[in-house]
Design a protein around this ligand. Sequence first.
Ligand SMILES: NC(=O)C1=CN([C@@H]2O[C@H](COP(=O)(O)OP(=O)(O)OC[C@H]3O[C@@H](n4cnc5c(N)ncnc54)[C@H](O)[C@@H]3O)[C@@H](O)[C@H]2O)C=CC1
Ligand SMILES: O=C(O)[C@@H]1CCC=N1
Length: 265
Amino acid sequence: MENKKTAIIGGGNLGGAIADGLLESGFLQPSQLILTRRNAGALSRFSEKGVHTTSDNLQAIQAAEVIVVALKPYNVREVLQELKAAFRPDKQLLISVVTGVPMEELEKIAGEGMPVFRAMPNTAIAIRESVTCICHKNATGQQVAYVSEMFGQLGVAVPIDEKLMDASTVLGACGIAYALRFIRASIQGGIEIGFDVRTANLIAAQTVKGAAELLIRGNRHPEEEIDKVTTPKGCTIAGLNEMEHQGFSSSLIKGITVSYNKIKE
Ligand SMILES: NC(=O)C1=CN([C@@H]2O[C@H](COP(=O)(O)OP(=O)(O)OC[C@H]3O[C@@H](n4cnc5c(N)ncnc54)[C@H](O)[C@@H]3O)[C@@H](O)[C@H]2O)C=CC1
Ligand SMILES: O=C(O)[C@@H]1CCC=N1
């Protein structure tokens, strides 16, 4: 499939990370990518690579077949409304990574029949290790295949129903921060028991990577792998049980539900 000229509207944390992933994977050449931001000067690391960077969203949309919207939820409606006339439902497709804005609303702005996708990646998309949950409306099979391939190049793409989009935001997108906080706490503990910060960082991060790979490659439930580590009367079970007495699993579950309810607000 021929790769399509793509405009990313909103080259911030996530928009920039998507651009990094698309370029690094070779899915797009720099000349096939347009990146916008209010202050286009902040995108110089992309323009140096040959990406067209601009603050002119209208020009970007007119030049693109695929439009990725990576604006903040609080200004996305206003910005897209101003660009309404530039969308061409017969020639373009729209991918929104914006939290909490339904596809129906995006279609109303972009024009009836516009192929609309919502994609929920996380910041690991910059290194092609995202999990990206995707749903769609009005898209042809070919368009669905194209968008799946695009995000598949940037990690793992998972098709979901739109009703699960907020849940995927919490588990996948916010989840990166939750996993990193786990690693940070491990580092703090590691320093208490004798490691310097760099060594503790390496051990904690590689351990989490190994744990994740055991599940992904083995398609197993975590408890199966935990059982292999917990020697009877050993130090692992003693540590785990103390963590649970202190509310470890409970605090994560509560955090996830609070995060979910916050999106619903
Ligand atoms: N950061 C993350 O890990 C994730 C973010 N999201 C969603 O992605 C969206 C973007 O989030 P971030 O990248 O974190 O925010 P951000 O604030 O870093 O990026 C938004 C960018 O849009 C630019 N912008 C504002 N108005 C503009 C305009 N009129 N034209 C062009 N650019 C404009 C801003 O200058 C900024 O660079 C949000 O809706 C967020 O909910 C989704 C998944 C993960
Ligand atoms: O914190 C937020 O609201 C956004 C959505 C997912 C990641 N960052």
